[in-house]
Design a protein around this ligand. Structure first.
Ligand code: ASP
Length: 318
């Protein structure tokens, strides 16, 4: 069995491309890197890679990670600027025994030495989003952080290897140097080829409080199906946060196990995922959370898919 699952509809083209490789017997490292790069390269997805939304100072600082479920190798970059494919730099770092997570200038130096492609990641469109948001914040006290989507993926290849990877521009209008859950092992992602993998999107500051991706893998290790593990972990963290702090930020998770079974859970409305397995063609699902924490999902309609692209590509009215 092989398969790949990812957060958000924007991942479906990448998942499809990655799964082409899995079909041919390709390995889960190459497939997931290819899949994430596809999302990073697409300029209209405004929270990952090229075209990603800038921080408070109008700089695009990116976070990304890669984990090999066979060796438990992890590589990550945080707050890296001006490199085209942070996920590839993270994967390259995962081969290092030490110094495998690098931030900002240190990450950029490493990427430069290793010959990774430099690119100005701040697009005119992202600048327009920034100017618009600055205006809105002044006019109506909008929360500066709303509007963020990380791509997080879990992959299983036909040889039984599992990987996880993430890539994000983090929260829109974040402080310079702010790092979310996405490059943090156990929070934004985790993969263990003996069990399965998980990955997160949502409010990094809250996702990290539950080390939630690790928690899901741990629950799967105890025998839970990925769906039950995702639901339990999200419900518990959501409740804990509300009980202790009054509110819980956005928490959305995906997972897959070694059999290619998968699961998803969220505490928000409007979460979507992309999945493909040996038994399932590339599919986008819309996820709905029930009162009791159970999550159901339905295939996104053609109309929904077209609308999604239209809104992503519509001109920005400043
Ligand atoms: N989790 C990401 C972060 O906090 C943002 C997101 O998933 O949308 O940086």
């Amino acid at each position: 069995m092989w398969g790949m699952i990812a957060t958000w509809r924007m991942a479906v083209e990448g998942v499809t491309k990655g799964c082409e490789m899995l079909k041919e017997g390709g390995n889960a490292g190459d497939a997931i890197e290819t899949a994430v790069r596809e999302v990073e390269d697409f300029p209209y997805y405004k929270s990952v890679g090229y075209g990603g939304l800038p921080n408070e100072e109008m700089e695009v600082e990116l976070d990304a990670a890669f984990m090999d479920g066979d060796t438990l190798d992890v590589g990550a970059v945080a707050a890296i600027k001006d490199y085209a494919n942070p996920v590839s730099i993270a994967r390259r770092l995962s081969h290092e025994k030490v110094n495998s997570m690098l931030v900002a200038e240190g990450a950029e130096k490493f990427a430069h030495k290793e010959g990774f492609e430099r690119k100005n990641m701040l697009t005119d469109r992202a600048k327009a989003h920034y100017r618009k948001r600055v205006k809105e914040i002044k006019q109506q006290e909008l929360k500066p952080y709303s509007g963020h989507d990380t791509v997080g993926m879990v992959c299983l290849d036909a040889h039984g290897k599992m990987t996880a990877a993430t890539s994000t521009s983090g929260l829109f209008m974040k402080k310079k140097g702010r790092v979310g859950d996405s490059p943090i092992v156990g929070s934004g992602f985790y993969a263990d080829s003996k069990v399965g993998g998980a990955s997160a999107t949502g409010l990094g500051e809250d996702l990290m409080k539950g080390c939630i991706s690790y928690e899901i893998v741990r629950l799967m290790k105890e025998g839970m199906h990925p769906q039950a593990a995702c639901e339990l972990a999200v419900t518990r963290l959501d409740q804990e946060l509300k009980e202790r702090r009054g509110v819980a930020g956005d928490l959305s998770l995906i997972a897959m196990n070694t059999k290619g079974e998968w699961g998803v859970a969220t505490n928000i409305e409007g979460f979507s995922i992309a999945v493909e397995t040996e038994e399932l063609e590339p599919t986008v699902y819309l996820v709905t959370r029930q009162e009791d924490g159970h999550c159901t999902f339905e295939v996104a309609s053609q109309e929904w898919m077209e609308n999604y692209m239209k809104t992503r590509m519509a001109p920005i009215e400043e």
